[in-house]
Design a binder for this molecule. Structure first.
Ligand code: PLP
Length: 408
């Protein structure tokens, strides 16, 4: 056979082989994770909008405001003036130093820039942190209700998320007693907390955070603090877990306070002993974080005045919802301490919040997220409303919800 014929025969065999595979390739078991329901709600809202309808968006935690001007200008300058290459896997050194300075400015805390790792949003941080901190099979405690991707990412990585039900008495956060009890039933390797939290919008008091971290330390449980909503604290100033110990892992992001969701940039503060492992992981998983976003992030710190104005807008929306929802017939919601979420008890109207959210969207044009996304056991009685949109949209949202609930 000539080499051309051999090539043609090999191509035909490969095509036939892959065609057969195409009918039978199945996803891995580890990829069988629950969808992030809020994304499904967004998709339905987009369909309504594409058909000419108007939707008030209260489903997604995505600020309506733009990134700080300085951030946008820095990215544009970097795009025009320099080749946009890979960066150091741990992040641009000047950005790591600027983040360290942020800890001094906001919390009066001295953090070694060598402990900072720049990540692809806090989502990229979770993957790196979970891979570096846990082995497959390790049990990691999470508050329920809580942010769904924590448990889905852990599951995909072969770890076991252990949901600890929280309640009003502990401001919807894990107590030291509940942590110790879960650890006694089967050893935990880690615990992850968030304050302010999503979906509840509640915060841990400084004492609650310190006591939980101390208990975790005593029990040898690794402590992770998701601080993505720091800066958006209304009830009292949030305390960083980095101030409690140099052995905790702090995960943060430019997405929320700095309104930079799509830039995909965040950071972690790690124990020094974890840095090399995380560097190796980042080198191999993504090489580095998008370069223009890192330049933008460094400059974002110069836009604090703009971002404080945006925060005042959230505070106005928070007042609007806190007053408007009880009048609409939704008097029960968790303390709206921080972030930009209000988690409302809708049990007097339904025991199926997914169906209620669908009707609210289809009939009233308000997109909201059903609680089952955040709490598989009790979420069918809750809706999460995000109030990071414009004040006029939030006002209209409350009016539409009021009319919808009155119609029944
Ligand atoms: C509690 C919490 N953590 C992390 C994230 C992920 O954010 P990002 O990857 O944009 O930093 C979100 C997004 O909504 C969140 O609510």
């Amino acid at each position: 056979m000539t080499s051309a014929l051999i090539q043609t025969a090999a191509l035909a065999r490969a095509r036939a082989g892959f065609q057969a595979l195409g009918q039978g390739v199945t996803p891995s078991r580890r990829s069988e994770i629950t969808p992030f329901i809020v994304m499904d709600v967004m998709a339905r809202a987009a369909e309504i909008e594409a058909a000419g309808g108007r939707v008030i968006h209260m489903e997604i935690g995505q600020p309506a405001a733009q990134a700080p001007l300085a951030a946008r200008q820095a990215a544009a300058r970097a795009a025009m003036e320099s080749p946009v290459g890979y960066t150091n896997a741990l992040g641009i050194p000047s950005l790591r130093a600027r983040i360290a300075r942020h800890y001094a400015e906001r919390y009066g805390l001295d953090v070694d820039p060598g402990r900072i790792v720049v990540t692809t949003g806090s989502s990229g941080g979770f993957i790196l942190a979970f891979l570096a901190l846990f082995e497959p099979g390790d049990r990691v405690a999470l508050a329920s209700p809580g942010y769904p991707p924590y448990r889905h990412i852990l599951h995909a990585l072969g770890c076991e998320p252990v949901l600890i039900e929280t309640n009003a008495a502990s401001r919807w956060s894990i107590t030291p007693e509940a942590l110790a009890e879960a650890h006694a039933s089967a050893p935990l390797k880690g615990v992850l907390v968030a304050s302010p939290a999503n979906p509840t919008g509640t915060m841990m008091t400084p004492e609650a955070l310190a006591t939980l971290a101390a208990t975790a330390g005593d029990l040898g449980i690794r402590f992770i603090s998701d601080e993505i909503y720091h800066g958006l604290d209304y009830a009292f100033p949030a305390v960083t877990a980095a101030s409690l110990s140099a052995e905790v892992t702090v995960i943060h992001s430019f997405s929320k306070y700095f309104c930079m969701t799509g830039w995909r940039v965040g950071w972690m503060v790690l124990p020094l002993s974890m840095i090399r492992a995380v560097e190796r992981l980042q080198q191999n998983l993504s090489i580095s974080v998008p370069t223009l976003s890192q330049f933008a992030a460094e400059a974002a710190f110069d836009g604090a005045a703009e971002m404080e104005a945006v925060k005042h807008g959230y505070e106005a929306n928070r007042r609007l919802l806190s007053a408007g929802l009880p009048a609409a017939g939704l008097p029960e919601f968790m303390p709206v301490d921080g972030a930009f979420y209000l988690y409302a008890d809708v049990s007097r109207f339904t025991s199926d919040s997914t169906a209620l959210a669908r009707r609210l969207l289809d009939e009233a044009g308000v997109a909201a997220t059903p609680g089952v996304d955040f709490d598989p056991a009790r979420g069918h009685h809750y809706l999460r409303l995000s109030y990071c949109g414009s004040e006029s949209d939030m006002r209209e949202g409350v009016e539409r919800i009021t009319a919808f609930l009155k119609r029944g």
